[in-house]
Write a protein that binds this ligand. Structure first.
Ligand code: ZN
Ligand code: ZN
Length: 148
């Protein structure tokens, strides 16, 4: 099996599981590499229809990190319009998620939740978005990326 290295600190990645899918993790910076296949399986299992409806990639930007898979410069983008930036292999082999991106998304979600509580119409759409599901959006995103 190909030895993958962390795009941030160039250390070897170790096998890990993200919500039951095979992934590779850097034990130093705690970033996670997910193959495109694994991400798609996670979306099938964990993402809501609303989440999947959005475009997966936009606001693309080339970054200096090199892809663990092919060694080419990765492309940074916003995941499906959420304020969650992840990096992708230019050949679509997989995706890289920094640990710090997890805490950023949590802050954004927290803020978003309290803003929504202050606005009646937004609150309605918040409840509409939650209807039919036991999980909050925050929980879904966390579960999707295997963060606890
Ligand atoms: Zn690392
Ligand atoms: Zn690649």
């Amino acid at each position: 099996m190909q030895q993958l290295t962390c795009p941030v600190d160039q250390l070897l990645l170790v096998d890990s599981k993200t919500s039951g899918e095979e992934s590779s993790e850097c034990t130093t910076c705690e970033g996670v590499w997910l193959t495109t296949h694994a991400l798609e399986s996670l979306e099938d299992n964990a993402a809501s229809d609303d989440m999947v409806k959005g475009q997966r990639q936009y606001g693309k930007q080339i970054v200096e990190h090199l892809c663990p898979h092919c060694g080419e410069a990765m492309i940074r983008f916003r995941y499906r319009g959420y304020n969650l930036e992840i990096e992708a292999c230019p050949a679509d082999a997989g995706f890289w998620l920094d640990k710090k991106e997890d805490s950023e998304i949590r802050d954004v979600m927290k803020q978003r939740g309290s803003n929504l509580n202050r606005s009646a119409s937004a609150e309605k759409s918040w409840h509409r978005a939650r209807r039919g599901t036991k999980l909050s959006l925050v929980q879904r995103v966390k579960q999707l990326f295997g963060f606890h």
